[in-house]
Design a protein around this ligand. Sequence first.
Ligand SMILES: *[C@@H]1O[C@H](CO)[C@@H](O)[C@H](O)[C@H]1NC(C)=O
Ligand SMILES: *[C@@H]1O[C@H](CO)[C@@H](O)[C@H](O)[C@H]1NC(C)=O
Length: 170
Amino acid sequence: MKYLFIILPFVICHVRCIIPPYRLCQPSASHSKTGVLESINVDCAGLSVTHDCNLKRGTNVSMSATFTSNVNTSKVTTVVHGILGGVAEFFLHLLSKDGEEGVRFNGVTEDACISNVNHCDITKGEIIQYTNELPVDIHYPLLRLTVKWEIRDDQNNDLVCIRIPVEIVD
Ligand SMILES: *[C@@H]1O[C@H](CO)[C@@H](O)[C@H](O)[C@H]1NC(C)=O
Ligand SMILES: *[C@@H]1O[C@H](CO)[C@@H](O)[C@H](O)[C@H]1NC(C)=O
């Protein structure tokens, strides 16, 4: 019986979602850390040989997370960047520069209060469920990059900041 409890969450998740090999962001001067990530799932189309999360072109990739907020916040926003490591700047016209690291993914709903969190007006200590989708444009080139996914509070600080190595695939 004991093993059932350990294995079950992985079995349920296996069909729909994968816990990608993500990393928490390094603390940054511009966005301090105001939350604790409890769990994450990304609907990767499998993992590549290098264990990157495969993102299939022309699909919406769902992403869900549970986090604890360490602050009161009336606003939750999503900010997604693609970090290319100096290559493939040729497809910048599909994305945009905003003065931060990487290029901004367009097409992600920024205001998470509309439908991505179970509620806004968050009180310190609350556990928040978050789900969102990343549209993977059919025109993205087939390459590897790091997706930096941030969920920010009303002070523009990071409730969650993770870096997920991904590979765009067909
Ligand atoms: C992805 O989501 C957008 C917005 O919800 C929708 O318009 C589009 O049809 C979806 N694309 C696919 C391939 O499901
Ligand atoms: C956060 O909100 C709670 C409940 O409204 C309040 O008691 C507390 O003082 C607030 N904390 C800060 C730092 O504003």
